[in-house]
Design a protein around this ligand. Structure first.
Ligand code: R5P
Length: 290
């Protein structure tokens, strides 16, 4: 049985359809003081395998708390076999301590999530692979790149160059480029003199090319706007922007479009105006393989 938390109900419904599984919704509402009410709408047999799908992006605290409410209710119902799919796992961006006495929020949330007695956690392109090590239960970090590559294949009339906005994202570009059999590169800062730093493509020219930028997260859009400006300066004919997690703080899409992007697209790990690539099949195929 698939249970869709309120942050991921459409995706949960798609996964249930892919798997031909039962879908059980949760009913939630907010009390006047802001506290949340939650009810699982159906009785579930104790021996049922249950998969809860709930992203824990903005508003992170509410969505995380809702996940805990669902899991605690399932425990009360004596359900033993629970898998959580949190396609976007909130609080994953601080997975280590940069200054003494800081909270490692990825670790704190890991402690809470696994204390709920779940068997397995599944997420998509976690901010750092090392987040898996914060858990004692199995954590599957799936990649959205095959789904994004498929979407590019279906919508582009010629093979674009795949570009990562920084070295940290180059493996995403490589994964997509390998599937599409095209070139990839990343932007690198080069110090030309003590005063002058230039950011440019590491290995290939983008002049007269269609370019696709890929990153895991678009938050404020600053990283992408900077990359578009550089690619345009270097003569790219078009720039389309793809991300896994469209966090999209404030007017990030407007800023990116204003910088000259032909399109901005993301997956449905988070609900947003650009979440048009569904990962239902990616998740369903993985659940089927377990
Ligand atoms: C950084 O590690 C990530 O891969 C993204 O590049 C970053 O989170 C994007 O943030 P923003 O959209 O605020 O530049």
């Amino acid at each position: 049985m698939i249970i869709g938390g309120s942050a991921s109900q459409a995706l949960a419904a798609q996964v249930a359809t892919e798997l031909d599984d039962k879908l059980c919704n949760v009913e939630t509402k907010k009390f006047p003081d802001g506290e949340r009410y939650l009810r699982i709408k159906e009785e579930i047999p104790e021996d049922e395998k249950v998969c809860v799908i709930q992203s824990t992006g903005y508003p992170q605290d509410e969505n995380m708390m809702e996940l805990f409410f669902i899991l605690d209710t399932l425990k009360d119902m004596n359900i033993k076999d629970i898998t959580v799919v949190s396609p976007y796992l909130g609080y994953s961006r601080q997975e280590r301590r940069f200054k003494e006495t800081e909270c490692i929020s990825a670790k704190a949330t890991a402690t809470l999530i696994q204390s709920m007695g779940i068997k397995r956690l599944i997420s998509i392109n976690l901010h750092e692979e090392s987040i898996c090590d914060l858990y004692d239960i199995p954590v599957d970090n799936l990649s959205a790149m095959p789904a994004i590559a498929q979407h590019i294949k279906e919508t582009f009339n010629e093979k674009p160059v795949i570009l990562a906005p920084d070295k940290g994202a180059q493996n995403f570009a490589k994964e997509i480029a390998t599937i599409l059999d095209t070139d990839y590169d990343y932007l690198e800062k080069v110090r030309l003199s003590p005063e002058v730093v230039e950011t440019k493509t590491k290995n290939i020219s983008v002049e007269d090319k269609q370019v696709v930028i890929i990153d895991d997260i678009i938050s404020t859009g600053g990283t992408i706007v900077n990359a578009i400006n550089i690619l345009k300066e270097q003569g790219a004919v078009s720039v389309d922007v793809f991300c896994v997690h469209p966090v999209l703080v404030n007017d990030a899409v407007i800023k990116i479009s204003a910088a000259g992007a032909r399109s901005v697209q993301g997956t449905n790990t988070l609900k947003s105006e650009v979440s048009n690539i569904s990962l239902a099949q990616t998740i369903a195929n993985h659940l089927k393989s377990l």
